[in-house]
Design a protein around this ligand. Structure first.
Ligand code: HEM
Length: 510
């Protein structure tokens, strides 16, 4: 299946011509030549140069291209001279699973995590362990219980804002009416306000003012620029740090974001203690060796928490609302579950939503078909080399899992492109199709191992609470053609989503 020995050395020569001067990869190709990866199938051009890979990344559609390769070549594909992509569920544990402290981990890819090295996401193994131990206090059952009123306050405001839009005021009769709203934006307003309040000690005021706060808009505006920056770093390692020194003006927007986080943390630290938020947990917890977070570490991690905890949850909610609006039969089943599980809206809270089994299936299926975090979260094979999914992989090889390719692989799921929440239910059967042979381990929206999502429980609780209250009050219908194409958007680690215009039809007429 791989090229012949002769041919591979020719490819290697071409590849080193394509690789930039000074790139460690250029030397890697010479010192760690192609043969170990030669047998791995994949498109030939991609095996000899990383240019096709970088172009695919820059197009914003790398996920679907790599998904198509996996459907053609199988569970392991060579997607660049020194990079492998996997769709076998074992890849998660093999690449990201827990390691004993004596075992090396496959570190985060230095290019893709270039801007995260100071926070928990891209920190060294040592710093990560310290950050993780402290930050996990923010998400303990006790903390979440204490955070409930703060979270509920924002969900109440969301419902109030939607109610204002679905109530006539012109002739003053106050009757309920249908209204078209951009649910993607409203979910962002809500999740950014909630996490802003928890991580910075005050919300962004998006719900209050019914619009994006400039700090939040800047995040969305920066997604593509960030994608381009990572591509440059991938081709020319060290380019970002170099550019930072010689072109400081190019980083003004990013620096302003950091300044804002620093200011907010400083302001929050002057407030009373005992406020049940993340800052309180960060201030009071210490790591195993007794070290606390410095002010700087607190600010960079708080900023990361806002980023990691808001856009993600809002994207999952938006995709669920999209699928519910598109498939009325699924929406009806969910509405029946929600409306029969409570006797009043007031009963729906962060914890009572636990019992909504169909809701959970809907959210998981939405996150499977439209992966909430579309990025491949690449790792680099550690110094000793390793066996990943049965393949001997040399040190320094990029190890990738593209969620779209994993979640839509026909080897992992039956009818993988269809939205069928029933596949997650115990009976695993829908209109005669059985789903009992699926590889459910392939679905890991929160990743696995010591660097998996620390906010997973909060994310599920928040999503179920918001969706349950929405469905308690409204039927949802897609409002226009643009909404129908909501999922056709590019991604640069995060989806660049457009609006999701949905017609809200109130259930009550008073
Ligand atoms: C549906 C919602 C969410 C999804 C799908 C999601 C997914 C993920 C994934 C895949 C990772 C691993 C990233 C990597 O390996 O580079 C991650 C990490 C992380 N997430 Fe989430 N996340 C969600 C919500 C949240 C929330 C609500 C918070 C907190 C408020 C949060 C905080 C974090 C943090 C701090 C990390 C880094 C953990 C570490 O490195 O130890 N996430 N998340």
């Amino acid at each position: 299946m791989g090229p012949s020995g002769h041919y591979s050395w020719l490819l290697m020569a071409i590849s080193s011509v394509f690789a930039p001067h000074g790139s460690p990869r250029r030397h890697l190709h010479v010192l760690q030549p192609l043969p170990p990866l030669r047998a791995v199938p994949g498109p030939k051009l991609w095996a000899v140069s990383q240019i096709p890979y970088i172009l695919a990344w820059l197009s914003g559609h790398a996920s679907s291209t790599i998904h198509a390769f996996h459907e053609q070549y199988g569970d392991v594909v060579r997607v660049a001279p020194n990079r492998l992509s996997f769709t076998h569920p074992d890849a998660y544990q093999n690449i990201r699973g827990h390691r004993k402290c004596t075992q090396e981990e496959h570190g985060k890819d230095r290019a893709f995590y270039v801007i995260s090295r100071q926070n928990i996401l891209g920190a060294s193994r040592e710093d990560h362990a310290r950050f993780r131990r402290i930050l996990s206090h923010c998400f303990s059952a006790k903390s979440m219980q204490a955070q409930q009123p703060l979270i509920t306050k924002h969900v109440d405001l969301l419902m109030q804002r939607l109610r204002e839009r679905t109530t006539t005021t012109q002739d003053g009769d106050g009757k309920r009416k249908e209204a078209v709203v951009d649910l993607a934006a409203w979910f962002n307003f809500t999740t950014f306000d909630i996490i802003g309040d928890l991580a910075f000690g005050e919300p962004f005021g998006c719900l209050e003012e019914s619009r994006y706060h400039p700090w939040v808009s800047a995040i969305f505006r920066g997604v593509k620029q960030l994608g381009i920056m990572l591509a440059v770093e991938l081709y020319l390692p060290g380019a970002v740090n170099f550019a930072r020194k010689v072109l400081p003006t190019a980083f003004v927007a990013m620096d302003k974001q950091t300044e804002f986080a620093n200011e907010r943390i400083a302001r929050r630290l002057q407030l009373e203690t005992g406020r049940p938020d993340f800052v309180e947990a960060m201030v009071t917890a210490n790591s195993e060796d007794g070290r606390m977070l410095t002010r700087h570490e607190m600010a960079v991690n708080a900023r990361l928490l806002v980023f990691a905890g808001s856009e993600t949850t809002a994207t999952a909610l938006a995709s669920a609302a999209y699928f519910l609006s598109k498939y009325p039969e699924v929406q009806k089943k969910l509405a029946d579950e929600v409306r029969s599980s409570f006797t009043s809206e007031g009963e729906i809270d962060l914890f009572s939503v636990n019992k909504l089994q169909y809701m959970m299936a809907v959210l998981d299926e939405a996150m499977r078909v439209f992966p909430t975090v579309p990025g491949h979260l690449p790792r680099t094979c550690h110094a000793g080399g390793d066996v990943i999914c049965g393949i001997q992989v040399p040190a320094g090889t990029g190890l990738e899992v593209w969620p779209l390719a994993m979640n839509r692989s026909r080897r992992n799921f039956t009818e993988p492109d269809k939205f069928i929440p029933e596949r997650w239910l115990p009976e695993a059967e829908y209109t005669g199709i059985r789903f009992d042979r699926e590889r459910h381990g392939a679905f890991q929206p929160f990743s696995v191992g010591s660097r998996n999502c620390v906010g997973k429980n909060l994310a599920y609780m928040e999503m179920r609470l918001i969706l349950a209250r929405l469905i308690w009050n409204y039927d949802l219908v897609l409002a226009d053609e643009a909404a129908d194409r909501f999922l056709d958007c590019p991604a640069f680690g995060l989806w660049l989503k457009g609006p999701l215009h949905v017609r809200l039809i109130p259930l009550t007429t008073d």
